[in-house]
Design a protein around this ligand. Structure first.
Ligand code: GAL
Length: 721
C-alpha cells in the first residue's frame, strides 16, 4: 500500500520535473531575431558551433546590393517559429500555410516541390533518390509565400518539410475512420517545417521577399553574390580522354580549329598526373614532357587548360611528409585527406598547385570526389587534426576547396571557372559548376532548375549517347546552361562524333558563342544583384504554384491552362537569364508541352508569336531546342567566333529585339578576365528599343570614360516581323 503510494508520488514528481524542465529549457520558445542586413534576420538558438557553413566558405555579404533591395518586414509570424535544444540536438519549427509550396533544400534531381518531403541533408554523390543526399544539400528553402530560411550548420540536418502533425496544432485536421471513410489520408495535413540539427545550437537566417525570387536574391547577395566567370568560361569546354598525351591534345585542338568548332577550355583528366587515386599533383612527364611549353601553345591559340584533381594525396606526392600531420586519421583511396581548415595543410597543397601548374598558365581545376560515396570517403568516425568532426568536414570539404583554390588563383588577379562535385550553403560566390556521374537527361534539367534555389551552378554535361538524336538533344540543353561541356574522359567523344547530327551540334556550339554577351550580362546580374542565371519557372512572374493536394479531379488544360501549372510541378523547362524560357527536348520526343507564363512569348529563332499565358504544344524537329523570349525581350549577340574575346578586344554586337513592348536591357562589360571589376572597372550599358510599326528605334547608353568598353559596331534586328 505504502509502496504504491510512493510510486504514485514519484510519478507525479517526474511529471512535474519534466514540465519544469520544458519550461526552463524554453520548449518551443520564440527566437530573438536581429536584422543583419535589410530584409535578413539572424536568430541564435542554444550555443551554435563556431565552425559552420558560413565560416567554412568565408562568405561576405554584399551589403550595398542588399541595401538596394530595400527594407522589408519580417516575413513570418515570429511567435509561430520555435526552437529548442534537447538531447544535444537543436529542434526548429517554422510555420506552413495551407497554400504554401516549398522549394530548395539543395540540388535535387527529380522534384521541384519539396513540401511533404522527409530529407537528411548530407553531402554525397547523387544516388538516384531525392532524399537529401546530394552534391549540394544546401539547408536553404524558399516558400511560394515569398521568404527563405537558411540553417547555418555544417551538420547532417534532418528535415520534415510539412509531414509532422503536433497534437497542439491550431490546424489539427479532423481524424477520420479509415475503415469507413474514403477521405482518410495516410499523410494528414501538416502545418510546419521541422528540422533537427545534431548540434547543441544553431544560427538561423530568414530572408524576406516579397516574392520568392527576392528571397533567393537576398540569400545569394548575403553570400557575396553569384560568381562572375571570366568570359572564356562561358565558351565551349572539351575534356580529354584520361590517357591523352600532349600530342593527342594538340591533335584534338587542331581538329576543333580545322572543323570550325569553338573551343575555349581543354580539360585534362587524371592521366596528367604521374599517379592518381591517390594523386601526386605533379605532371606525368612521359605524357606531358614540357608542360609549360604545352600550355603556352594552347594559350597562344586562345585556349585555357583546366586540370582534374581529387584532393587525396599519394605517398609519392612531393609534399606528402610535410602535409601528413595535418591530415585526417583515415584515408581516401589510400591517400591522405588534408584538413583544409588548417593553414598548415593548405600551404603545402596549394603551393604545389601554384608552383607546378598555375604559375605556368593552368586556368583552374576540376575538383572531383569531394562529395563522397560512403564506401570510399572517410567514415564519420574519422578524426581531423583541427578538431572539426568528420561530419562537419564532409559537409564543407567542397566549400573549402573551392574557397582556397579561388583565392590561390586570385593572387594573380585572375578569375577562374572550374568544376566541383560538392558544395553547400555559403558557396554562392565560388566560380565552380557542379557536375556528376549520373546521366539522366531529364533529371539533369530538374537539377538545373533546382540549382537556382540554392545558390549553386550545375552543368548537364554531355558524355556519350546511344544515338545521334540523344547526343544532339543533350548538347542543345547543355548550350543553355552555366557550362557548355563535353566530358569525354572515358568515351573520347567529340562534338562531331555523331555524323548524322554534326551540322546541328556545330550550329548550337556556335550559338553558345554568339550568345556570350547575353550570358555574360546575366552572370553579372547574378554577381551584382543575386538573380540566378538559370532558375525555375516558379520564380517567374505570371507563373503560379500551388500544393498538389489543392485541386482534385481532372482538369481541362485547354480551358484552364494554369490548372496544370498550378498543381503539377514543372520540372522540364526553365528560365535562362532575364528573357529566355528554355524547354529541352529529350531523346524519343517529337513534341512537348510548354507552359508559357502570363504575357506574350515569342519564338527565339524566328521571332514569331508563340502564345500568351497558355500551354502550347511544340514540334520543333531536330534542328531546335524550344526557346521562347518574353515580350520586349532583348538578346545581345556577337559574331560566332571560335574563342571568347580577350581582355579589351572590341566585339560587334547585334541587338535582337522581340515582341511589341518597349524593351530595356542592361548589357554588362568589363575586361572579362581580372578582378578589376571589384574596383569599379566595368560598364553597364543601357540598351533601349522601341517598336514603330515594322521598324525599330534603338539606343545604347555611352560607356563611362576610363572604364572598359569592348563594344564595337552595334546593329539592331527586329525579330518579330
Ligand atoms: C569521376 C568524374 C568523371 C571523371 C572521372 C575520372 O569521378 O565524375 O567526370 O573525371 O572521375 O576518373
Amino acid at each position: 500500500m505504502k509502496q504504491a503510494l510512493m510510486r504514485k508520488l514519484q510519478l507525479h514528481i517526474s511529471i512535474i520535473v519534466f514540465l519544469l524542465a520544458q519550461a526552463l529549457s524554453g520548449w518551443a520558445q520564440p527566437i530573438n531575431w536581429t536584422e543583419v542586413a535589410p530584409g535578413i534576420w539572424k536568430g541564435v538558438v542554444g550555443t551554435p558551433e563556431t565552425f559552420n557553413l558560413l565560416t567554412a566558405s568565408g562568405a561576405k555579404p554584399n551589403v550595398e546590393a542588399l541595401k538596394k533591395l530595400g527594407e522589408a518586414a519580417f516575413p513570418l509570424p515570429q511567435n509561430d517559429i520555435a526552437a529548442q535544444v534537447t538531447d544535444g540536438k537543436t529542434y526548429v519549427r517554422f510555420p506552413l500555410e495551407k497554400n504554401e509550396q516549398l522549394f530548395g533544400f539543395g540540388l535535387n534531381f527529380q522534384t521541384v516541390y519539396q513540401r511533404g518531403k522527409v530529407l537528411e541533408l548530407h553531402v554525397d554523390h547523387y544516388g538516384g533518390k531525392d532524399n537529401g543526399r546530394t552534391h549540394a544539400p544546401v539547408p536553404f528553402y524558399v516558400s511560394s509565400n515569398g521568404y527563405g530560411v537558411f540553417i547555418n550548420a555544417a551538420r547532417y540536418i534532418k528535415v520534415w518539410a510539412g509531414t509532422g502533425v503536433r497534437k497542439d496544432s491550431p490546424n489539427f485536421p479532423e481524424p477520420k475512420d479509415r475503415t469507413t471513410d474514403k477521405s482518410w489520408k495516410s499523410r494528414p495535413y501538416s502545418d510546419a517545417v521541422e528540422m533537427l540539427i545534431p548540434a547543441a545550437g544553431t544560427e538561423i537566417y530568414v530572408f524576406a521577399g516579397p516574392k520568392p525570387l527576392d528571397a533567393v536574391r537576398r540569400y545569394n547577395l548575403f553570400n557575396g553574390g553569384g560568381c562572375l566567370p571570366p568570359r572564356w568560361g562561358l565558351g565551349f569546354v572539351q575534356r580529354m580522354m584520361t590517357r591523352y598525351t600532349a600530342a593527342d591534345v594538340e591533335n584534338e585542338v587542331n581538329a576543333f580549329a580545322e572543323k570550325g568548332y569553338p573551343l575555349d577550355v581543354v580539360g585534362l583528366e587524371p592521366g596528367w598526373q604521374s599517379k592518381a587515386y591517390p594523386g601526386t599533383f605533379q605532371w606525368d612527364t612521359t605524357r606531358f614532357p614540357q608542360p609549360a611549353a604545352f600550355i603556352g601553345n594552347l594559350l597562344k591559340k586562345g585556349i585555357r587548360l583546366n586540370l582534374w584533381i581529387n584532393p587525396y594525396i599519394s605517398p609519392d606526392a612531393p609534399f606528402y611528409k610535410e602535409i601528413r600531420p595535418f591530415t585526417a586519421s583515415h584515408t581516401v583511396w589510400l591517400g591522405l585527406v588534408p584538413d583544409f581548415t588548417m593553414p598548415q595543410a593548405r600551404k603545402p597543397f596549394f603551393s604545389q598547385l601554384q608552383k607546378d601548374q598555375v604559375n605556368i598558365g593552368v586556368s583552374g581545376y576540376k575538383i572531383d570526389e569531394v562529395d563522397g560515396y560512403d564506401y570510399y570517403l572517410w567514415p564519420d568516425v574519422a578524426m581531423f587534426p583541427s578538431g572539426n568532426s568528420a561530419e562537419q568536414m564532409r559537409q564543407t570539404y567542397g566549400l573549402l576547396l573551392q574557397r582556397y583554390s579561388t583565392e590561390m588563383i586570385r593572387q594573380r588577379n585572375q578569375r577562374t571557372y572550374g568544376l566541383v562535385r560538392a558544395s553547400n550553403g555559403g558557396g554562392t560566390s565560388f566560380p565552380y559548376v557542379i557536375y556528376n556521374d549520373y546521366y539522366n537527361h531529364e533529371d539533369f534539367i530538374t537539377a538545373l532548375i533546382n540549382s537556382g534555389f540554392c545558390g549553386v551552378l550545375w552543368t548537364p554535361e554531355v558524355r556519350a549517347s546511344k544515338t545521334g538524336e540523344e547526343w544532339l538533344r543533350r548538347i542543345q540543353s547543355n548550350v543553355f546552361s552555366p557550362m557548355a561541356m563535353i566530358n569525354a574522359w572515358s568515351s573520347g567523344t567529340k562534338p562531331w562524333t555523331y555524323p548524322e547530327v554534326e551540322k546541328q551540334v556545330k550550329a548550337f556550339a556556335l550559338l553558345r558563342m554568339r550568345m556570350m554577351p547575353y550570358w555574360y550580362s546575366e552572370f553579372a546580374k547574378y554577381h551584382f544583384e543575386g538573380t540566378p542565371p538559370f532558375r525555375a519557372m516558379n520564380l517567374e512572374d505570371g507563373f503560379m504554384q500551388r500544393p498538389q493536394s489543392e485541386t482534385s479531379g481532372k482538369v481541362n488544360l485547354e480551358e484552364n491552362p494554369y490548372a496544370e501549372a498550378a498543381t503539377k510541378e514543372i520540372k522540364d523547362q526553365y528560365m535562362a537569364g532575364e528573357y529566355l524560357l528554355v524547354a529541352p527536348m529529350f531523346a524519343g520526343q517529337t513534341s512537348r508541352k510548354v507552359v508559357l507564363p502570363k504575357g506574350k512569348w515569342y519564338d527565339f529563332y524566328t521571332g514569331a508569336f508563340a502564345g500568351d499565358g497558355e500551354v502550347i504544344t511544340v514540334t520543333p524537329g531536330l534542328d531546335r531546342i524550344p526557346v521562347f523570349v518574353k515580350d520586349g525581350g532583348i538578346i545581345p549577340m556577337m559574331p560566332p567566333v571560335l574563342h571568347a574575346p580577350k581582355a579589351g578586344q572590341k566585339v560587334d554586337i547585334e541587338i535582337r529585339y522581340y515582341g511589341e513592348k518597349p524593351g530595356v536591357y542592361r548589357l554588362y562589360d568589363d575586361d572579362g578576365e581580372t578582378f578589376d571589376y571589384e574596383k569599379g572597372q566595368y560598364n553597364w550599358r543601357e540598351v533601349k528599343v522601341r517598336r514603330i510599326g515594322n521598324a525599330i528605334q534603338g539606343s545604347i547608353s555611352p560607356a563611362v570614360g576610363g572604364k572598359p568598353n569592348t563594344i564595337g559596331k552595334v546593329t539592331w534586328t527586329l525579330m518579330t516581323k
